[in-house]
Ligand binder design. Sequence first.
Ligand SMILES: Cc1cc2nc3c(=O)[nH]c(=O)nc-3n(C[C@H](O)[C@H](O)[C@H](O)COP(=O)(O)O)c2cc1C
Length: 487
Amino acid sequence: MAIPAAPSLSERYQDATKYSPSSVQGHPGLDFSAQPPPFKEWHQARRVVLAGGPTDDSPPSAGPMDAMRLGRLLYHAYGVTLVREFPGMSMHYRAAPSAGGLYPTELYVAVHGIDGIPDGIFAYDARDHSLVVCWEGDFWADLSACTFEHPAVAKARVVLIGTGVYQRSAWRYGDRAYRRVLLDTGHVFGNAVLAAPQDGLHVVPIPYFVDDGIAGLMLLDAENEGALLLAAVVEAGDDAPALREAPAYASPIDRESHDPDDGAWIPLVHGAGNIARPMPVEAEAPQPEVAPGEIALPDDPLAGGRAVLSAIRRRRSTRVFAAGDIPIEGLGRILAHAYPRPGSPDTDAYLLRDVLQTHIVVAGVSGLRSGVYRFDERTHTLTTVQTGSPRDALHRSCLWQELGRDAAFGVLHTLDLPKAVAAYGERVYRTAHLEAGLIGQRLNMAALRLGYGASGIGGFFDEFLNALLMVPQTHAVAYVTTIGVPE
Ligand SMILES: Cc1cc2nc3c(=O)[nH]c(=O)nc-3n(C[C@H](O)[C@H](O)[C@H](O)COP(=O)(O)O)c2cc1C
């Protein structure tokens, strides 16, 4: 009889960070005096002030990448879109949502060959919409080597580098913060992917890179900050779709190391996903189990254009859903926007194929029975899993948050973690959560543009959701997006 493989580090991390009613009750409370600031303090005097920020109203442009369009891209990815004053502090709300409003994602850019900006690596300081000069010089040969000569890097004048500053989120969420840091970063890149085409640009996400090489280039302190996702910004053209076709690389699998103490998981699970050399994905990638479902959804994606940018600038997460249903056409359009069909020119939402599974929990969609469904993005169809109102179950599963109780529907992402790790190595934990965040941002923006409300939910009782979705407990629930009628 075959001996079952010991669980991978990703599986052990997932288990160690599951919420249960008893773990949530035992939470010691928050020490506000220990909260890290949401911005880095840069002492470098040299900054490049960007155009394309909050007061920019110039029409979209085309042609070679320039400083204006870089500014506009960064602003719509992760700029400050609202400042609210609270006693003793100003809260900077950003273009992308963030679990708990803690903003652990840092956005850097490598630039070469743009008029008005020296070649170099910069940190984006959203407070004054400027680039802080980290290092001047042309780093393209290093970046190219670190991305296994990714074809989009060769074409790009800009590479976005998203990192996570763990403690900003871990301060509140402990070891579970890594999940939210990844989801948050996916949202930031989701914005960039959505905003770029409005300015004749194309953002090509690059999830596989030599981690130590990037960390060395950026002088990151591995205990506190890790590079999560890169993206090349290319000028839109006929060859842009082909630039996505870089191979996937696997990382090793760690079935042996000892579990760390509480509070020490994050650098370990991040490091386990690191890639040092090009290890192609050899095992067969996990295949989805669903056949095309029995319910075909109306499929009418939203148009692009200026409305995309203004919606990002206005965006806020919905705090309270009102009573009221969303028609099945609305559900279909939101999903069509979030899951571009294979072969369509707009498939940058996908970092991975066939790893994430999508479940729709329907509580108030007119034209569709309440219940739980599997969604197949290739055929844009639903398969019924169970019927009946899921409101109480979703309410309880989302830590009794009213958003769960009152949503018209929830979109949930899961992955068969043991199978995914066997195919892609530990890196899949990172990539799948980034992708869930990226799709989450597309869901949010589609819902808001159609006049509905949306909020991500990162706090949930994992095992309750597995039961509701009727997926095995070994599958990881990555993310919940709630969508409904805003108050
Ligand atoms: C990964 C992620 C998880 C989130 N989880 C929750 C949640 O569990 N409950 C909630 O009310 N809001 C949640 N939010 C929404 C944030 O609270 C919200 O983004 C933040 O307060 C900033 O506000 P804004 O999105 O309106 O800019 C989440 C957002 C993200 C991106």
